[in-house]
Design a protein around this ligand. Structure first.
Ligand SMILES: NC(=O)c1ccc[n+]([C@@H]2O[C@H](COP(=O)([O-])OP(=O)(O)OC[C@H]3O[C@@H](n4cnc5c(N)ncnc54)[C@H](OP(=O)(O)O)[C@@H]3O)[C@@H](O)[C@H]2O)c1
Length: 348
């Protein structure tokens, strides 16, 4: 395993981290047994993975509960990250304490504001009903985080889905943040333009979410029709494809998307590497990335994904993938919010 620094926090995280959204099971990912979660966590730690990511919103707290159970007796071996929903940012202590209780720990290594504070994000976390109560103020929220850090309840403060202007607003509060978790993979490259360079310049670690575009980049889907609706609710797919989760109202970039996947499959056939290996290795070779998260539902998936660590893609292959993925980026535009349409983007 290789490790990188999380900003200036002094925390070292494995370059592949475990995304635990599916833990606990739920409507988005379907059933996930505790036995499999236990096995994945044990195997991940054994193979050197120390970065584990969850959120209070994942499966209504069941992801945190399940991860807490799986980490029992091993808490000191990991860098544990969880996220507070934007709609809860008015009372950070209350929701942190609830997360700690579900996780069975007394501190987090990274506590993350899940989405920036704006009306669309507040409405989303409040179930689309519109934000209840007052809009929390950025300075107040981050000073709450800082106080909890001072008390030792959190070791570092993290952002998630923050754009350049939003990071500048946080910096103006005087509170130091050490990471920004952002969607990044072969078919989700918008952060390359401004957000990732800004993070690097300000020593904010970029940690990537959806490293496999929710399974698509493993090559297991031949056509858009094969992708389960929840995993097709991003702007990569047409509004209709994503079922009730889908809210962007855009036509998607399905043709370009599957052409990019075909490129990864062709490289897989030529090299004997798996699509998952190629896709994650491509991320790891981007110098601005500190760590990428991959959701693994079984030890077999974990091992398939960790095999990316054994691979160095040639400059020629990197350039081929970059070229094949460019049409997706061009069609989806520079908005790194892959769930809301460009007019309602929550990231700026
Ligand atoms: N901050 C944010 O807003 C945000 C947003 C999204 C995610 N995240 C974080 O990022 C983590 C990773 O993203 P993600 O879990 O959404 O998506 P992902 O890592 O791109 O994909 C994970 C899914 O792909 C499938 N998969 C994984 N490895 C595979 C393999 N080797 N072969 C075949 N299928 C495989 C599994 O689902 P199936 O077996 O069901 O296909 C797995 O649940 C999350 O768990 C979460 O911690 C954060």
């Amino acid at each position: 395993m290789r490790y990188k620094q999380l900003g200036a926090s002094g925390i070292e995280v494995s370059v592949i981290g475990l995304g635990c959204w599916s833990f606990g099971g739920g409507a988005y990912w379907g059933a996930q047994s505790q036995r499999d979660a236990d096995a994945v966590v044990a195997a991940a730690i054994e193979r050197g993975v120390n970065f584990f990511d969850t959120a209070e919103v994942y499966n209504d707290g069941e992801s945190e509960r399940s991860l807490g159970r799986a980490l029992k007796g091993r808490r000191d071996k990991v860098a544990l990250a969880s996220k507070i929903s934007t709609s809860h940012a008015g009372d950070v202590r209350k929701y942190l304490e609830a997360s700690l209780a579900r996780l069975g720990t007394d501190y987090l290594d990274v506590y993350i504001l899940h989405w920036p504070i704006n009306a669309t994000a507040l409405a989303h976390f409040a179930g689309g009903e519109g934000a209840a109560g007052q809009t929390p103020q950025v300075a107040d929220v981050f000073h709450q985080f800082a106080a909890l850090q001072k008390e030792g309840l959190i070791r570092s403060i993290g952002l998630s889905n923050f754009g350049v202007a939003q990071m500048a607003e946080v910096a103006a509060t005087g509170v130091r943040v050490d990471s920004n978790q952002l969607a990044y993979n072969i078919v989700s490259r918008a952060i390359e333009k401004e957000i990732a360079p800004h993070c690097v310049a300000n020593r904010i670690a970029v940690t990537g979410s959806v490293g496999l575009q929710q399974g698509l980049l493993t090559g297991k889907y031949a056509r858009p029709e094969d992708v389960p609706p929840p995993q097709a609710h991003s702007r990569h797919f047409s509004q209709e494809r994503g079922g009730k989760e889908s809210r962007h109202g855009e036509e998607g970039a399905e043709k370009e998307l599957f052409e990019a996947v075909d490129c990864v499959k062709a490289i897989s056939a030529e090299t004997g590497l798996s699509c998952a290996q190629i896709s994650l290795a491509w991320i790891l070779q981007k110098p601005f990335m500190a760590s990428t998260l991959a959701g693994c539902r079984s030890v077999a998936q974990l091992d398939a994904n960790l095999a990316a660590l054994d691979v160095v893609l040639s400059d020629e292959i990197m350039a081929r993938i970059d070229a094949a993925s460019l049409p997706v980026w061009q069609k989806l535009g520079d908005s790194p919010d892959y769930y809301e349409n460009r007019a309602k983007s929550r990231i700026f």
